[in-house]
Design a protein around this ligand. Structure first.
Ligand SMILES: NC(=O)c1ccc[n+]([C@@H]2O[C@H](COP(=O)([O-])OP(=O)(O)OC[C@H]3O[C@@H](n4cnc5c(N)ncnc54)[C@H](OP(=O)(O)O)[C@@H]3O)[C@@H](O)[C@H]2O)c1
Length: 167
């Protein structure tokens, strides 16, 4: 586990769904603000497919690192070619907070290395139609260090912000 690796995700509470057809599942404008405030000024790491959802532009005021096994280069973003390269980077930059921001594939590889999980838990009355998921984790391995009140978006979808810290 790395004290300076965190994860941030918006997932449905039961099936842990996070996306479909390369896109997010819900329109949660306030949640995007929360994401921005939480990651602002820090380093983010994402898979190549998630990076493409940013319209190929890095997220501002954050060091953007894109994971790819190809030779593709991204303007104004750093590229890394393996999980180990990211872990070495984290070890050599203890002063930086590194947020893993998805997607599915990348969350699965890093969940056991992350100290904190910033999870936006979205109410789910029936299983969401999705093809990308956040990995399941054992809540007993974590302490909940904060939990917000419930918020609603314009479509009456309820969600809350929960922060888990690895014990
Ligand atoms: N709800 C949320 O909070 C949230 C957040 C982020 C993403 N998402 C959703 O997640 C979905 C995308 O997830 P995904 O799993 O399909 O794609 P992804 O994780 O974004 O990207 C996968 C790509 O990342 C690269 N990669 C992954 N692991 C690597 C490694 N160890 N070394 C080098 N390169 C590596 C590979 O790129 P190459 O193919 O170029 O080699 C791989 O094809 C979308 O639906 C998106 O909307 C949701």
């Amino acid at each position: 586990m790395y004290n300076n690796i965190y994860m941030i995700v918006a997932a449905t509470e039961k099936s842990r769904a996070i996306g479909i057809d390369g896109q997010m599942l819900y329109h949660l404008p306030e949640e995007l603000k929360y994401f921005k405030e939480t990651t602002d000024g820090h380093t983010i790491v994402c898979g190549r497919r998630t990076y493409h959802t940013f319209n190929k532009k890095p997220l501002p005021n954050r060091k953007n690192i894109v994971l790819t096994r190809s030779n593709e280069k991204f303007e104004n973003a750093y590229t890394m070619n393996s999980k180990e390269e990211v872990l070495d980077y984290a070890e050599n930059h203890p002063e930086e907070l590194i947020f893993i921001v998805g997607g599915d594939n990348v969350y699965s590889q890093f969940i056991n290395h992350a100290k904190r999980l910033y999870v936006t838990e979205i109410e789910e009355n029936f299983p969401a139609l999705a093809d990308s998921f956040f990995p399941r984790f054992d809540p007993d391995d974590y302490t909940v260090i904060s939990e917000s009140k419930s918020h609603k978006n314009e479509d009456n979808i309820s969600y809350k912000y929960v922060v888990y810290e690895k014990k």
